[in-house]
Design a protein around this ligand. Structure first.
Ligand SMILES: Cc1cc2nc3c(=O)[nH]c(=O)nc-3n(C[C@H](O)[C@H](O)[C@H](O)COP(=O)(O)OP(=O)(O)OC[C@H]3O[C@@H](n4cnc5c(N)ncnc54)[C@H](O)[C@@H]3O)c2cc1C
Length: 396
């Protein structure tokens, strides 16, 4: 299909998925517009570190022509993994080879910036929060943003994450609570201010798991460590627990109480972290979420297949979706058929990852010595499994 016959293409959402799609389309001379709710890439903290897998996230960056730059930004040593229980007993330890680029880590902010800076300035319209979208009788879609801006597109791609406003056009599915809440904390200037925490977490990721709880510490770039305090609690726990999340010193005391029988060195995460505790309930779409192909609209990434981060696949799938969709659009003779083919492939790989993610979540945040169970599984996979299984086990 010639480029001008594709019509107007609009992407909603400038996360890793939407940006990857825009970048590859731009490389192939396809005109595209991206609308993003946030006013700038630095408008809010961007979250932790992400490991990009060879066959998905890294492949996407190769097709996007950004792989060499990625290699200068990523941290191969971030693949180090240690699994301990609440007493501090080590059940599993893996020290990575710095020359091994199987699943190097990159901060989410750095990844978005890499993609963002590769786009022409007029492609992205920031500070545009999609309010509604309407299907028109001619097959186009009309988008209305909360600042009054409107646009009409021949193809709309919903890359707008967990609470997608495009999704209702193709599916009635809504995200469900996974049963697990994380409270995100961090240490800035950690090497200087908290060398004991830096040593405990090391270069990669530390899982401390027991009794339906976890303290998951990860080394980020820029002299930071992020810790996910992970709890199996009801969805309304933040309101019901009575913990005043706007009063950090009280939160510290309340959380220390929840982990009272954990080793003192682990409690230092809660005692000494920066004074900001962010609760995040984890949600997922139904495993095997799918829909009938619709004229002029599709989804990618979390908008299509939100899952808990316990398969470490979310960003990798989003970037692979974006790559396959971009190539489908570029090479399409029949655009609707090309989108249908893209969706069918995406549905089956997402179902597999979502299933794995749910299984891993149940194992990691389980009663008793979850660290031991998880370590046994890791060891088995190291001995026998193909390397992809090892890469995809848990959030990294
Ligand atoms: C705590 C945590 C840890 C994680 N760890 C990992 C990990 O280790 N490995 C991994 O692979 N994945 C991980 N993930 C998942 C990963 O972050 C997501 O899967 C990934 O970001 C999905 O990318 P996306 O582009 O589809 O969506 P998003 O990154 O969610 O981007 C969506 C974009 O759309 C914008 N948007 C939303 N609504 C609108 C609107 N109405 N109008 C305009 N713009 C809008 C948002 O502002 C955002 O920029 C983790 C997730 C969490 C919560």
């Amino acid at each position: 299909m010639s480029k001008n016959k594709l019509g107007r293409i609009v992407i909603v959402g400038a996360g890793p998925g939407g940006l990857t799609l825009a970048r590859i389309l731009q490389l192939h001379g396809v005109e595209v517009k991206v609308y993003e709710r946030e006013s700038s890439i630095d408008a809010r903290p961007q979250g932790g570190t992400l490991d990009l897998h060879v066959e998905s996230g890294q492949y996407a960056l190769q097709i996007a022509g950004l792989f060499d730059k990625f290699q200068t930004l990523c941290r191969p040593e971030g693949q180090d993994t240690r699994i301990i229980d609440k007493s501090g007993t080590v059940h599993y330890e893996e020290v990575s080879n710095e020359m091994c680029f199987d699943r190097p880590e990159i901060d989410r902010h750095d990844l978005r910036q890499l993609l963002f800076q590769s786009l022409k300035a007029d492609i992205i319209a920031q500070g545009h929060n999609l309010q509604s979208i309407q299907s028109l009788s001619n097959g186009q879609h009309k988008l209305v943003f909360d600042d009054g801006v409107t646009d009409t597109a021949d193809l709309v791609i919903g890359a707008d994450g967990a609470w997608s406003r495009i999704r209702p056009l193709v599916s009635s599915a809504v995200p469900q609570y996974c049963g697990v809440m994380i409270v995100e904390i961090q240490f800035t200037e950690v090497d200087d201010r908290h060398p004991e925490i830096a040593k405990l977490v090391g270069r990669g990721i530390l899982f401390a798991l027991s009794d339906n709880k976890g303290l998951i510490g990860q080394r980020n770039g820029h002299n930071r460590i992020r810790v996910y305090i992970t709890l199996r609690v009801p969805e309304n726990w933040v309101a019901e627990s009575g913990i005043a999340f706007d009063q950090p010193e009280q939160v510290r005391d309340d959380l220390l109480h929840l982990f009272a029988d954990w080793d003192n060195s682990l409690l230092n995460f809660i005692r000494f972290c920066d004074a900001n505790f962010i609760p995040r309930p984890l949600y997922m779409l139904p495993i095997n979420h799918r829909w009938e192909t619709q004229q002029g609209v599709t989804l990618l990434g979390d908008a299509a297949h939100l899952m808990s981060p316990f398969a470490g696949e979310g960003v990798n799938l989003a970037m692979l979706d974006a790559t396959e969709l971009a190539l489908a659009i570029i090479n399409a003779d029949d655009l609707k058929q090309a989108i249908h083919n893209y969706e069918q492939k995406m549905f089956s790989r997402a179902a597999k990852a979502a299933d794995e993610s749910a299984t891993n979540l149940d194992l990691c945040i389980s009663p008793g010595n979850a660290a031991k169970l998880m370590a046994e599984l890791f060891k088995k996979m190291m001995e026998s499994g193909p390397s992809n299984d090892k890469e995809n086990f848990v959030t990294r």
